[in-house]
Structure formats: structure tokens, C-alpha cells
Design a binder for this molecule. Structure first.
Ligand code: GCU
Length: 425
């Protein structure tokens, strides 16, 4: 094996033991059991949903069920305040954008107890970077972004606040990262996105809940000090979803901005979907390779199982999710409900054929399961019958390309086609 391949396999193994699955292909015809129970079927003690008004009554039941069985309970309230805002670079990204940095104070309330988010760089809150097009004729859509990398890598600029000694991604580590997970795994094509008329806002999600078992669980417990039930305490996916909403709080009244779009890849795609399912101010989602605990159904799934994800990442979900491992068929909710809660707003589900670990087929069946809700609400929903028939104009758009897990060259052009179709004009 060449050195590059060794590196590639080692990095894939670090991502949760998915190596053996990257060698198989996702089928392009939907296959497997349909999403159950149907999104509009009777649920709890409510009869079948027949009208948009019925659906409005159904939404909170599904939200509570997803909290109880998968993600853990979200804060009952929150408070957000922009503490400061400064221009980092008035001529950033090829002169196309203005880069700003915000300090934001935020707190989460559980059981009447409010606890403040704190981070190393902003002890009274967290930092957010925002790149805004300079020559926009009116308000622009904002892509809210959480990535695996710190803010100074997602929106790079020498003026961005960072811990002393924190370096830019470079050298061997950068080559490995981009070789395995694609050119855009950390830094999106910022200049192109800004030139196309979108702002990008980004935070580093680990400032809300560190993506490490012990530290993550400890921080989640600290933030939810007023919450007593260990089996339904929130996990990091929920905390990162909460973080998307705090970005919306900070930006929604700024006249420079129009629609708010939550973008995430993989673990952050799970959070982006959850954020939109719970926060109606999020106008659209690009969820790339969200996989298990994201768009892919829990039932009848190849790829990452509930047992595997909850054992490897015990800090991501409520403990109750782990208890469903091996008995997914008995779960009262599944991930098509998560998508249905976003209807009729546009969602793009990104996938790759060799990313069987993320189960593209299960995501497609979830989209099929959510489609009746989109149609009930007057949207087209999912318009295609095969995984590779990309229709960027559909509200439930499905994108699949060759290759593996990551954000590669052909992904952003597809994301931008979808965004232009829904948020331009
Ligand atoms: C692991 C994990 C996935 C997750 C992915 C990622 O592979 O098993 O559930 O989506 O990491 O976040 O890249």
C-alpha cells in the first residue's frame, strides 16, 4: 500500500471505523423498507393529518418525540446578545467581501436555570465570523456554517482572533485532510460564494460543546444544570443545533441579511437539520452526508448502526437513543419526521456513492417519507425517483456524486445551484 493510502485509511478509521464500507457502492434505485410510521399517519392520540392545520398540531408532538428518543431535550429558553462587532478586513476575499467578527453572549435555560455559554477566546460568550458581499444591491442570504475546523480556517484571514500560537492549517496535516476529505472540508470556496451574493457566518461548534466524550458530556451537563433526567439530557448534536439558532438571533435584525440557511457536513449536517426542524426562522438547509442521526432512517439501515454511533460518540445524543439499538423497528419516530418538520422549506441532502457508512439510500427513503408533508403544505417536495436524478429546484433536493465522505470539488457547485434556485431573487 502506498503511503498516501495508508494515511487515507488511517484517517477514515479515525472517523468511526467506516473503512470497510467505503469500498462498497450505494445503489441508485431506492431500496429497503419505506419510512415508518408514515409522516401523516395517526400518532400518539392524534388522528391522521389531513390539513395544514392538523400538521401544525402534529409538529410539537414529533419534536418532543425526537427529543425523547434521539437528541435529548432542547433548552426551554435562550438569551442572546451581541456584545461587540468589529471589521476584521474591509477588503477580504479578493476584495469581494467584508469580514467581521462578533462576540456574542448566549445562555441556555433548562428547568428555570440559565447558564451562559463560555469559550476560551470569549469568556463571556462565543465568537462568530461573518463574510458579507460588498457590492450587494440588497439584503443577501446568509449561509450559517459549522465545520470541523476553527473559525480562522473556515473563514481564513490573518486578522481573525485565535488563541496564541494557533496556526493555519498547512503542511502534512492539511494535505492529509484535503486528500481524504476533499478540498473544501474546512474552508469552503469563500471568494466564489461571496461573489455569488451569499454571506457566510461561522462559529466553531466545539465552543458550545467540545466534540470529545468526557469534556463534551461535562459541558452539556453544565449548560443543562437545571435538567435532571440523564436519559433525555441533550447531546452535542442538539447543542450544535442550538448554536445555529444563536447565529440567527445575532443576524436576523440586520438589514444586510435576508434568508438564513443552515449548512453542515456530516455531524454538523445532523445539527443543521435539527436546528431547522426546531427553529422556523431557518429558511433552508444544506445537509451534506448527515447519515445516522441525520437524514438516514434508523430502521432497515446499512452503514452506521445506532449501536455503533452511540458507542463511538456517547456525547452526541440522548442516552435514550442508545437504548433503541437493535430495536430500531420499535421506535415511534424516525428520521423522515426530522425532514418533515422542515417542510415546506428547501432542504438539500448531499451524498456520495461510496459513503455507504452515511447510508444515502436511507436518506432517500427518508425524503420519500417526508414528501407527503411537503405536498400537503403546497411544495413540490421530492420530485425524483432515483438517487442520481438531481433536481436543484425541488424543495427536497437529493444530490449524489461518486466518491467518498467529504466536501469535494463538485459539491459546492451543486450546493450553489440549489441555493440559487431557492434564495435568489
Ligand atoms: C463518523 C460518524 C458519522 C459522522 C461522521 C462525521 O463517521 O460515524 O456519524 O457523520 O463521523 O461527522 O464526519
Amino acid at each position: 500500500m502506498t503511503a498516501r493510502l495508508v494515511v487515507a485509511f488511517a484517517a477514515a478509521a479515525m472517523l468511526g471505523g467506516c473503512t470497510q464500507l467505503t469500498l462498497s457502492w450505494a445503489d441508485l434505485e431506492p431500496e429497503g423498507a419505506p419510512a415508518t410510521p408514515p409522516a401523516l399517519a395517526a400518532f400518539d392520540d392524534q388522528p391522521e393529518v389531513a390539513t395544514p392545520v392538523d400538521w401544525a398540531a402534529r409538529r410539537p408532538l414529533l419534536q418532543r418525540a425526537l427529543e425523547r428518543h434521539v437528541y435529548g431535550v432542547m433548552p426551554e429558553a435562550s438569551a442572546t446578545r451581541v456584545v461587540s462587532r468589529r471589521v476584521v478586513n474591509a477588503n477580504a476575499y479578493g476584495g469581494r467581501g467584508v469580514l467581521e467578527e462578533y462576540v456574542i453572549a448566549a445562555s441556555a435555560t433548562f428547568g428555570g436555570v440559565s447558564v451562559a455559554v463560555t469559550s476560551e477566546l470569549a469568556p463571556d460568550g462565543f465568537l462568530m465570523s461573518v463574510a458579507t458581499p460588498k457590492d450587494a444591491k440588497g439584503p443577501v442570504p446568509v449561509i450559517l456554517m459549522e465545520t470541523f475546523c476553527p473559525r480562522w480556517s473556515t473563514l481564513p484571514d490573518p486578522g481573525v482572533t485565535r488563541p496564541e500560537g494557533a496556526e493555519d492549517r498547512k503542511g502534512f496535516a492539511l494535505s492529509v485532510e484535503t486528500y481524504v476529505f476533499g478540498q473544501y472540508i474546512c474552508t469552503p470556496p469563500v471568494e466564489e460564494i461571496v461573489a455569488r451574493g451569499y454571506a457566510i457566518a461561522t462559529i466553531f461548534p466545539s465552543e458550545f460543546a467540545p466534540d470529545r466524550r468526557l469534556e463534551g458530556l461535562a459541558e452539556l451537563r453544565r449548560l443543562s444544570a437545571g435538567y435532571a433526567d440523564e436519559t433525555t439530557r441533550w447531546g452535542a448534536i442538539a447543542a450544535w443545533a442550538f448554536a445555529y439558532s444563536r447565529m440567527v438571533d445575532a443576524l436576523e435584525t440586520d438589514p444586510r441579511y435576508a434568508a438564513m440557511i443552515a449548512f453542515g457536513h456530516s455531524r454538523y449536517a445532523k445539527s443543521a437539520l435539527l436546528a431547522a426542524a426546531f427553529d422556523a426562522r431557518i429558511d433552508g438547509v444544506v445537509a451534506h452526508q448527515s447519515g445516522t442521526g441525520g437524514a438516514s432512517l434508523n430502521r432497515d439501515k446499512p452503514g452506521e448502526s445506532v449501536a455503533s454511533i452511540t458507542a463511538t460518540y456517547p456525547h452526541w445524543f440522548a442516552r435514550a437513543y442508545a437504548a433503541h439499538a437493535g430495536r430500531e423497528g420499535d421506535m415511534p419516530v424516525d428520521q423522515h419526521h426530522l425532514l418533515a418538520l422542515i417542510a415546506p422549506r428547501p432542504v438539500l441532502l448531499g451524498n456520495a456513492r461510496r459513503d455507504v457508512w452515511s447510508d444515502p439510500n436511507g436518506a432517500f427513503r427518508a425524503a420519500q417519507g417526508a414528501d407527503p408533508v411537503y405536498e400537503l403544505l403546497g411544495a413540490r417536495g421530492l420530485t425524483v425517483e432515483r438517487l442520481d436524478a438531481f433536481d436543484p429546484e425541488a424543495e427536497l433536493a437529493f444530490w449524489i456524486r461518486p466518491g467518498t465522505h467529504g466536501v469535494v470539488k463538485e459539491d459546492w457547485p451543486a450546493f450553489l445551484r440549489f441555493l440559487d434556485a431557492h434564495f435568489k431573487g
